[in-house]
Design a protein around this ligand. Structure first.
Ligand code: FE2
Ligand code: FE2
Length: 190
């Protein structure tokens, strides 16, 4: 189902496994930003009919945020500073201006973020199983939801303009393939 043209770097998983507390804090912020993104999409005229669907996504992301905060609390990890993701800002920097162009680009970016989360949560669920069962189950439980968000955002873009979405998706998948290879020393999900 996922369309990515490049695997994320092989050093991502060991870096994450060696820095789980920092990654969990980053994950909390990622869910917070996912909730905000769903709400931000409601500013586009083309998405006014989708306001309830977007609210539902925002609520789900806030629930994920709460779940990560609970995990942090149980593990005595303080909720801390967010770090910007060079991969996410790289995608967002190429969102074009203009109602129709902007909403399609923005939806595709949100879709790719959800898609990469879905992909990485699945990898984490498998890799964590022998070392941290609770966390493995937790990541496994998020896979379907993030996968649905990925598909929903892409479908919303296609409903607005299918041909333009296909063109821009091609552009963004190449951009993702470039950006995902850029080394990032900070232990974070994206
Ligand atoms: Fe989420
Ligand atoms: Fe999501």
């Amino acid at each position: 189902m996922l369309l990515f043209r490049e695997k994320f770097p092989a050093d991502w998983l060991p870096k994450v496994l060696q820095n789980l507390p920092a990654v969990l804090v980053d994950h909390a912020h990622l869910e917070r930003k996912a909730a905000t993104s769903a709400l931000n999409l409601e500013k586009y005229r083309d998405l006014y009919p989708k306001v309830h669907e977007l609210n539902a996504i925002a609520i789900e992301e806030l629930q994920h945020f709460e779940l990560v905060l609970e995990l942090l609390k149980r593990r005595n990890i303080p909720f801390g500073q967010p770090y910007p993701s060079p991969w996410i800002s790289g995608l967002m920097r190429s969102v074009r201006n203009g109602q129709r162009l902007q909403v399609i680009d923005h939806l595709i970016c949100c879709s790719l973020v959800e898609g990469r989360s879905c992909e990485k949560f699945q990898v984490l669920a498998t890799a964590l199983e022998p070392v941290d069962h609770e966390l493995a189950v937790f990541y496994g439980s998020l896979v379907e939801s993030e996968g649905n968000h990925y598909a929903t955002y892409l479908l919303m873009a296609r409903e607005i303009d299918d041909a333009e979405t296909t063109r821009r998706l091609d552009y963004y998948l190449d951009l993702d393939a470039q950006l995902v290879r850029v080394p990032n020393p900070i232990p974070m999900l994206h």
